[in-house]
Each structure stands twice: as C-alpha cells, then as structure tokens.
Design a protein around this ligand. Structure first.
Ligand SMILES: Nc1ncnc2c1ncn2[C@@H]1O[C@H](COP(=O)(O)OS(=O)(=O)O)[C@@H](OP(=O)(O)O)[C@H]1O
Ligand SMILES: Nc1ncnc2c1ncn2[C@@H]1O[C@H](COP(=O)(O)OP(=O)(O)O)[C@@H](O)[C@H]1O
Length: 201
C-alpha cells in the first residue's frame, strides 16, 4: 500500500448507521459447488430479512462476474482476485450498515480465510451449502456440468477444478437432505443473535 495514501475519517461511522437501522451489519457467506443451492438460499434469507425491515443486499457470482469482475476467469489466480475484490466490496457494504449476503463457490480454504481476514471475523458468517457433485450434476441448473464433461468448459469446480470443504463453517446446510424451508430456519436462528435486532425481536 502507498504510504502517502492516508485513511480519511468521516463524522458518521458504521455504529451510527447501525443504530439508525436498528440492526448490526454482517457478511453472510454461502460457499458450495455450482448448483448446490447458494443463490436459492441467499435469496430466501434476503426475502426473510427484508420482510423484517432490515437493510440487505446480495452479491452473487454470476452477477459480479458480468460487471465488476468481467475481466476475470476461473484459473486459481483469477478466482483469488475475484474473491479479494468481492471481500473488499462486502467490507464497504458492512461499513454502510447493510446485511450483506454473498453466494460464491469460493472453493479454496486459503481464499475463504482471506475474505474473513479482510472483513473481520466478527462480521463474517460462513455457510457451507453441502451437496455432492453427483447431486449438483443431476440438477445441472444451467447445463454447465454437461459442458464441463464435454470439455467445453475448463477448470470447472467439482469436475476439473478442486472444491475444498470448509474446515470450520459456522453453519452447514445439506441441500440433499434438508428442505429449503428447513435450511432457512436453521440459518435465521443462527444469525438472529449476531444481528442484535432490538426492535425486531
Ligand atoms: N469453470 C467454472 N467453474 C465454476 N463455475 C463456473 C465456471 N464457468 C462458469 N461458471 C459460472 O460461474 C459461477 C461461479 O462464479 P464464482 O465467482 O462464484 O466462482 S469462484 O468463487 O471464483 O470460484 C457459477 O455460478 P453458480 O452455479 O451460481 O455457482 C457458474 O454459473
Ligand atoms: N434443499 C435445497 N436447498 C437449496 N436448493 C435446492 C434444494 N433442493 C433443491 N434445490 C434446487 O437446486 C438448485 C440450486 O441452484 P442454485 O441456487 O442456482 O445453486 P448455486 O447458486 O449454488 O449454483 C435450484 O434449482 C433449487 O431449487
């Protein structure tokens, strides 16, 4: 970092914003294979929080890769940079007082550790959306597994690129064994205390 770039402080800080919103800000990070259910669950958790008047925003793999990170692909280096930029973006959202949900494959433990370090461990909840490659391939929501099997897509997670299961996730939901409703309930129970919702119960 350039030593001539100095942090500028403003009168209104994250605590002021959280007080006004009447809830904490937090990064709720969903990791798992393509098709495991990250976007589905992030969407439903956001709907639930939004209905309770919380300020929310979802950062999603496909959407970010069509904009901010459209210069990046799926090599290990590009995934690392993709996730670093997303973590820095999420940090701004947390500072803005927003409950931020992120749905990214984020396949490597070292990259997920870095995200936690960037946003601060007190602001980070890691949810492992567990589902086997077989189940995700059977769903093949976007037809990408078939393309990966045909060799049309290289470095495809679960087929030709690794996925490391999280070492110590805060929450595990198994989308082969639990219904969407059960998973949402489990996630809501866990995040409620972290969000400190004084007027929301
Ligand atoms: N090679 C390869 N491997 C994995 N995924 C691929 C690939 N090519 C395209 N896609 C699509 O990109 C989405 C994953 O992007 P992410 O930013 O979440 O990936 S990563 O965290 O940087 O690993 C992923 O979205 P999800 O299916 O929602 O996970 C895919 O739609
Ligand atoms: N228990 C479950 N939890 C989440 N998704 C499920 C579950 N059962 C079936 N699905 C389906 O699996 C698919 C997951 O796709 P998606 O949410 O796009 O995954 P990802 O974002 O991880 O790529 C959706 O079509 C969803 O309806």
């Amino acid at each position: 970092m350039n030593k001539n770039v100095i942090q500028q402080d403003y009168s209104i800080n994250v605590k002021n914003r959280q007080q006004q919103n009447q809830h904490n800000s937090l990064l709720i990070w969903f990791t798992g294979l393509s098709g495991s259910g990250k976007s589905t669950l992030a969407n439903q958790v956001e709907v639930t929080l939004h209905q309770q008047d919380l300020k929310t925003y979802v950062l999603d793999g496909d959407n970010i890769r069509r904009g901010l990170n459209k210069d990046l692909g799926f090599t290990p280096e590009d995934r690392k940079e993709n996730l670093r930029r997303i973590a820095e973006t999420a940090k701004l959202f947390i500072d803005a007082g927003v409950v931020t949900l992120a749905a990214f494959i984020s396949p490597l433990q070292k990259d997920r550790d870095k995200i936690k370090q960037i946003v601060g461990k007190e602001n980070f909840i890691e949810i492992y959306v567990k589902a086997s490659v077989e189940a995700c391939e059977k769903r093949d929501v976007k037809g990408l597994y078939q393309k990966a099997r045909n060799g049309e897509i290289k470095n495809f997670t679960g087929i030709s690129a690794p996925y490391e299961e999280p070492e110590n996730p805060d929450i595990i939901v198994n989308s082969e064994e639990q219904t969407i409703k059960e998973s949402i309930q489990l996630i809501m129970d866990k995040i409620k205390t972290k969000l400190e919702l004084p007027s929301h119960g």
